[in-house]
Design a protein around this ligand. Sequence first.
Ligand SMILES: Nc1ncnc2c1ncn2[C@@H]1O[C@H](COP(=O)(O)OP(=O)(O)OP(=O)(O)O)[C@@H](O)[C@H]1O
Length: 335
Amino acid sequence: MIDLIDIEKVYQTGKKSSFIALRGINLKVEKGEIFGVIGRSGAGKSTLLRSVNLLERPTGGTVIVGGDKLTELTEKALQEKRKRIGMIFQHFNLLTTATVRENIAFPLRIAKLGGSRIKPRVDELLELVGLTAYQHHYPKQLSGGQKQRVGIARALANDPEVLLCDEATSALDPQTTDSILSLLKEINRRMGITILLITHEMGVIRAVCDRVAVMDHGRIVESGTVLDVFLSPRDSVTREFVSEVSDAFGSEAIDAYRAQGRMVRIHFRGGQTYEPVLYETVRRTDATFAILQGTVSKMKDVPYGQLIVELRGSDGEVDRIIEELGQQGLEVSRL
Ligand SMILES: Nc1ncnc2c1ncn2[C@@H]1O[C@H](COP(=O)(O)OP(=O)(O)OP(=O)(O)O)[C@@H](O)[C@H]1O
């Protein structure tokens, strides 16, 4: 649905100086998925997101959305295409002197829809985001979460195929963040809208995304399914993000144990998370095990678990257990 090919962005910062914000970005977002881009401040996330609808025109490369090469469209054709690419912002960007209803109707008026079609569409959108009772309020009378709901309704007004989310929950408290993320998931599921979001919070990625790309200094340093990247991060930047949401791992207590050897980390995915796979495997040997740390959580809707255990048995038994766990599809790494 979104194809970014060899995207470069160079900002001219002075007569003779320039800054490279994006370097050779290649990214493909499939139809119907929620794709997250994560990175530290200054990594280039906003520049990348704004390249998708050409709010920021790349200095090199090709942007394709829904089969159309945006980088080759005329200004008029681009305006038309942008109607099918919704966008929401960290600070909502609402019209402060217009009511909730007028804010949502705004893109429909721009699209020159007749009044008789605007009213039912706005009613539908108000209902979708749960703001029917607030339709005559002004933005200053709303909470942050409600303002973002207006932003979402407005972005969906023209029935887009893609929704771009620019740090959409960064200005919200954790509870409101959860409710906005749930709304985005519902919109994606019910309407099949492809969502591309940028964030600096791994929690956001874990809650809603199918796949993720990690950015650093204008490059994508790692990408893959959220589960893969989360459970086996390769790049140091990724590892830092992952440690933010899994602070239980790698604690000093575990490090102290490490000296004794035979410690393993086991990753469970999906239905396996709830099965006694470890117990059943160890039971078939003379070995035993001690659980040192464990967690069960969810990555979007997929359950996953991570256990750190010390296997107590002979070298041969320990090798056999690790091999058998692997054969059953568990990821096992010696610590
Ligand atoms: N108009 C501009 N002129 C010059 N440099 C710019 C311009 N816009 C962005 N930059 C620089 O490009 C880099 C990437 O900025 P960008 O806003 O895309 O990063 P980001 O990852 O979204 O970070 P943040 O979350 O802080 O916005 C930064 O170093 C920024 O200073």
